[in-house]
Design a protein around this ligand. Structure first.
Ligand code: HEC
Length: 117
């Protein structure tokens, strides 16, 4: 019986995913900026930064958002934005999955960088 239920759920999911792919335009399939905003603000990183031990550092402990809009910023395309978010994610052991990284990149893009995705 539980196998039947699983089978039905899987079938429903596949159908829904198929329908979503047909109806959503490519830009809507990009990261979910609202989820990215939540992830970005809720993250707590355990790390020693500038000699101080943090258990709740976040993405703005090292660089505030002015970096994202400064002339010195290194990010010049959406692909690079995703790469930098992934870099900070990996280097700091944040633990975001690739979908999370895509969502955070979308949020930062919507809020600050404003590239074509
Ligand atoms: C321990 C310090 C530190 C923390 C915490 C940190 N970053 Fe960074 N981040 C850096 C440094 C250093 C750079 C610049 C790297 C370089 O110049 O190559 C950077 C660069 C970036 C850039 C590129 C900025 C630009 O346009 O030049 C993005 C985007 C970014 N970080 C996102 C994040 C996100 C998202 C988080 C939270 C998960 C985060 N960072 C947390 C140190 C940090």
């Amino acid at each position: 019986m539980s196998n039947d239920v699983k089978g039905i759920c899987r079938h429903t999911l596949v159908t829904l995913a198929g329908a979503a792919c047909l109806t959503l335009s490519p830009s809507l399939l990009a990261g979910d900026a609202a989820n990215g905003e939540a992830l970005y603000h809720e993250v707590e990183i355990e790390r020693t930064i500038r000699g101080e031990a943090y258990s709740d550092a976040n993405c703005e402990t090292c660089h505030d958002p002015s970096l994202y809009m400064s002339e010195q910023r290194k990010v010049t395309t959406f692909a690079k934005l995703e790469a930098f978010v992934e870099g900070c994610n990996t280097n700091l052991d944040v633990g975001w999955f690739p979908e999370d990284v895509a969502d955070v990149a979308s949020y930062l893009n919507k809020e600050y960088y404003k590239f074509e995705e």
